[in-house]
Design a protein around this ligand. Structure first.
Ligand code: FAD
Length: 456
């Protein structure tokens, strides 16, 4: 049977939508199938009575997000649409918030680190600086850190570096257990992204880019794909209501989902697919009747709460400081991020009960948050972020060198980069691989459906 379209993309997250956008620009007919009613995946935002709530990703960086910024420019998005996030990052230590985490001045001001730890931070920064060229975020498997875990890589330094810098960053941003995840992707990402004071957020919610891309793409929402098969030259998608045949398919879903959708994956794909475990995440967004925030010497939009000090929370995000437009005038929006160890249990609990536990714990950092809460939303992702384990690093080269086939993959995990930039890069990479195989469009003929994509 002749394929009904050129490319079928599974997943309307930022990776799938980027791949679809690139392929459509090349003139191919593309359709995206999305399980949920909305696009954006882990960059979805929801809107409620004037609040804009980011369910997953919170920000992007000015630096180290080359593919994202290129895409934004092409879509006519200006930096003004992606303003600087107000405030920096602080870490909780000894009963108060210590600002300046990730800033160059941290070596002098401390940012929660003891004097001896600051000396070690300067030594570590210099060590990385001398090897800067080896920390290529696209190739975390090639850095001088090899396959060491975050815990192993920090063991030779003062323990504050682990307990009050790397563990809180990895725990709050990626839901990582530092004894399991590799140091190379984290260090590469931190070096590329630069200081938190330069980070930005989409003015109208983190789903901004996904919505822009989807506006120019044919997206079928509410459609779950159950299996994807390489039928020798073309791909077949199996859904509840039948099959879709396409010349190529891009599986733009988290690696564990991709592995389940494609049980017959070839031997040069399966080891990486199965090694790419994900950490689950859970956070609770609290819609407040006033703009409460943790007390700190200067404004912060993220307070990291290290495992050394706090069992239940990994951090507190002050969304209304990040972007005043996230909450109505005079109101507040604060998001509580669950500690990695607690997430599996909280995901299985009743969402309101989970919220109650986190809000109770947050009183220590944001006094009065319980009384000021008008409403809350609990957001859980069983596949939250690529865990980037040493096993995944070891399998990546073979995966990247696999031949191009009818079924391709996209997603942050392909780049082993636990950030939306990884998803955008992987989407563009998948598109170029598909194009290298099926080329530009065939001339229109009786078998070929006209591209039904609406233009933005
Ligand atoms: C809590 C949290 C905080 C984060 N913070 C940041 C941040 O501040 N900055 C940053 O840059 N990144 C951040 N990230 C990471 C960022 O969100 C991801 O890297 C990015 O969104 C991944 O996009 P993706 O397209 O690869 O995957 P996804 O967004 O997961 O997209 C996959 C899509 O596939 C759909 N799908 C799944 N199965 C099927 C199926 N069987 N059939 C059809 N559709 C299916 C899903 O519903 C989803 O829409 C964060 C992530 C989380 C979870």
């Amino acid at each position: 049977m002749t394929p009904e379209l050129d490319v079928a993309v599974v997943g309307a997250g930022i990776a799938g939508l980027t791949a679809a956008h690139e392929l459509r620009r090349a003139g191919l007919s593309v359709r995206v199938y999305e399980r949920l009613p909305d696009v954006g995946g882990r960059m979805r935002s929801l809107r409620h009575e004037g609040w804009t709530v980011d369910t997953g990703a919170e920000q992007v960086a000015s630096h180290g997000y080359r593919a994202t910024w290129e895409l934004l420019r092409r879509l006519g998005v200006t930096p003004a649409d992606v303003p600087r996030a107000g405030g920096g990052v602080a870490v909780w230590r000894g009963g108060r918030a210590r600002p300046g985490v990730g800033e160059r001045s941290a070596v002098l001001t401390g940012a929660g680190l003891s004097l001896r730890a600051r000396r070690d931070l300067a030594a570590l920064t210099a060590w990385c600086g001398r090897r800067r060229a080896c920390f290529d975020g696209d190739h975390p498997e090639r850095t001088p850190l090899g396959a060491t875990t975050v815990r192993e890589a920090t063991a030779r330094y003062h323990r504050d570096l682990h307990d009050y810098l790397f563990q809180p960053l990895a725990g709050c941003f990626f839901g990582w257990d530092t004894a399991r995840s590799a140091a190379a992707p984290l260090v590469s990402l931190l070096l590329e992204a630069g200081p938190p004071t330069t980070w930005r957020t989409y003015r109208q919610g983190m789903d901004f880019l996904a919505r822009r891309l989807a506006a120019g793409t044919e997206v079928v929402t509410g459609r779950t794909v159950h299996e994807v098969v390489d039928a020798g030259g073309h791909a077949v998608l199996r859904c509840d209501d039948g099959e879709v045949r396409a010349r190529a398919a891009v599986l733009a879903v988290p690696a564990p989902v991709a592995a389940a959708l494609r049980p017959e994956a070839p031997a040069d794909e399966r080891p990486f697919l199965t090694a790419c475990a994900f950490t689950p995440t859970l956070k609770v967004s609290c819609l407040l009747d006033r703009p409460l925030a943790p007390a700190a010497r200067r404004p912060v939009h993220i307070l990291l709460t290290p495992a050394a000090e706090e069992q239940l929370l990994a951090g507190v995000v002050v969304d209304h400081a990040k972007d005043p437009g996230r909450a109505p005038d005079g109101r507040g929006l604060v998001t509580l991020v669950a500690a990695p160890r607690q997430v599996p249990g909280l995901l299985d609990a009743d969402p309101d009960e989970a919220a109650g536990l986190l809000v109770h714990a947050a009183e220590r950092y944001v006094p009065g948050i319980g009384a000021a809460r008008r409403h809350h939303f609990t957001h859980g992702f069983r596949d939250g972020l690529p865990e980037a384990t040493p096993a995944a690093l070891a399998e990546r080269t073979a995966f990247l060198e696999r031949p191009v086939r009818a079924v391709e993959y996209a997603g942050d995990w392909v780049m082993l980069r636990p950030a939306s930039e990884g998803a955008v890069r992987a989407g563009a990479l998948a598109a170029s691989r598909v194009l290298s195989r099926i080329g530009r469009p065939r001339p229109a003929g009786p078998d070929r459906l006209e591209n039904t994509v609406a233009t933005a």
